[in-house]
Ligand binder design. Sequence first.
Ligand SMILES: CC(C)(COP(=O)(O)OP(=O)(O)OC[C@H]1O[C@@H](n2cnc3c(N)ncnc32)[C@H](O)[C@@H]1OP(=O)(O)O)[C@@H](O)C(=O)NCCC(=O)NCCS
Length: 175
Amino acid sequence: MRIRKAEAADLPAIRKIHDAAFGGPAEGKLVAALVADGLDAISLLARLDDEPVGHILFSPLTVEVDGRAIPALALAPVGVTPAYQKRGIGSALIEAGLAAAREGGWAAVIVLGHPQYYPRFGFRAALTAGFQAPFQGEAFMGLELQPGALNGHKGRIIYPVSFGIDVSGPASATG
Ligand SMILES: CC(C)(COP(=O)(O)OP(=O)(O)OC[C@H]1O[C@@H](n2cnc3c(N)ncnc32)[C@H](O)[C@@H]1OP(=O)(O)O)[C@@H](O)C(=O)NCCC(=O)NCCS
């Protein structure tokens, strides 16, 4: 399995991966919207024997800590083609994405996702609990790439418009 940066020409294959992984078009559409808006800060494609089998995207979102914006990313979506799940591809994409984010100088990553899955990468719901945000609860988690970036702070988390989040709630902000 190899992981490389996703390119414009990969978009149809990427949408196919998310359509299959999530069983619907919402996450693939989200990727297309984020790419169109230039918000695909980190976009990685996993390939197995030259076949695209997994994809992850991180986009900048506004995290205001004590009134000041810090460099933060939303992890959404990550998907692996169902036939290739549970072989470590999702974990490898998340690890590679977090390494790229750390290298890129980002301070924190926010995810809305499975509370049994993301803590193994260091995500904690407690780190987002002090923030005014469209989500709350155990599925809404944060990870610090720079120590102390989120911990104990209050502030606001605002997703880019491409996520289509409104008061009625999001369909596709999940990791
Ligand atoms: C989540 C996903 C990206 C993980 O990719 P993967 O390649 O299967 O993951 P890995 O092989 O690295 O890890 C498998 C682990 O993830 C866990 N996992 C997968 N889906 C899970 C879920 N919905 N809830 C909790 N844990 C889950 C598995 O139980 C397994 O745990 P184990 O290591 O303790 O056995 C993949 O299953 C997927 O595309 N799912 C559908 C889309 C989705 O739900 N995306 C994430 C939204 S939060």
